[in-house]
Design a binder for this molecule. Sequence first.
Ligand SMILES: *[C@@H]1O[C@H](CO)[C@@H](O)[C@H](O)[C@H]1NC(C)=O
Ligand SMILES: *[C@@H]1O[C@H](CO)[C@@H](O)[C@H](O)[C@H]1NC(C)=O
Ligand SMILES: *[C@@H]1O[C@H](CO)[C@@H](O)[C@H](O)[C@H]1NC(C)=O
Ligand SMILES: [Zn+2]
Length: 322
Amino acid sequence: MLVQIAAAVLWTVGLACGSPSHGENEQSFGYDSGELDPSHWANEYKTCSGKYQSPIDIEENLVTKVNLPLLRFHNIDTLPTSTTITNNGHTVVLQLNYTAPVMISGGPLTPTYRFTQLHFHWGVNDSLGSEDLINNHSYPMELHMVFSNTDYDDEKIALTKNDGLVVLAMFFEITQEDNPVYSEIVNTLGQINMPDQTSNLLVGFTIRSMLPESTELYFTYKGSLTTPPCLEVVTWIDFKHPIQLSHNQVQAFRMLRSKHGQLTHNSRPVQELSGRPVWYNVGGFAALNTPTIQKNTAASFGLAISKIFMLLCCKLATLTLF
Ligand SMILES: *[C@@H]1O[C@H](CO)[C@@H](O)[C@H](O)[C@H]1NC(C)=O
Ligand SMILES: *[C@@H]1O[C@H](CO)[C@@H](O)[C@H](O)[C@H]1NC(C)=O
Ligand SMILES: *[C@@H]1O[C@H](CO)[C@@H](O)[C@H](O)[C@H]1NC(C)=O
Ligand SMILES: [Zn+2]
């Protein structure tokens, strides 16, 4: 993921070092077994062997249930003025132009984050492909919507801060029917079969149409980019409810080509959790069933009792005064 941004960083580094070969560096990682595979990324990109990497396996019985403020979405109902779709050799990236920026805030986030791009990860067949796993379960595909912290002037600065990026992750499950929201994307993949090919979507889509039915239930944790340079700057928000896509729609992604052959899969294996907390936002009234909240309920019940006593005392005091 985040290859676009990674490429920008590498480009900058390439300039700084006067390296004429940055074009090769941009492509110097892959997913097929061999010298470029994920187990070798750290040779060239040290952070890829960091302690707080992504993806991870999320075990539902080990997460901490929380009831965070609502995630707030801004300008997600407008169609973009233009949409470009690119095969960058590692994934399909969509960049959308808007008259007003798409943003998110709330939930676990303190600042506001601005949408930058979205892209996909998939597997060789329908039984695997997502990057994060839930209870060791892999979904056939995962969508990453990348947002950059608006406190920083641009994405390059955000990439140097541990609260620099937010990625909204959405899992896909296979259904019989095609998902019409993805028709235009899937139909355009044939025009970007080769790496570095770009095309435009004529219609495009709203960000809302890409979100799952409920954005209230999600896992959240701190991790990294899942592609080199694996910077540990990402707050992950993984929605619990999957999105539906047909087998043929996912299959179209597997037909794309990388610099080294067919891009049949592009998911990094899961990394060590290293004691990191993973939160699960239960949202709304569902929270009342969780132990943490029960404690709070008990506390507020106690508070209510003491308020009644105070009221009674005041009433009595008032009575005695008059
Ligand atoms: C956004 O619009 C500008 C100006 O029209 C154009 O130069 C740029 O290529 C567009 N970007 C995308 C991602 O479509
Ligand atoms: C899917 O691919 C994985 C990885 O190559 C393989 O282990 C698994 O057996 C495949 N599953 C099916 C149903 O073909
Ligand atoms: C998840 O799967 C891996 C690999 O198959 C295994 O080593 C690990 O123990 C599993 N984790 C859990 C919690 O079941
Ligand atoms: Zn990604």
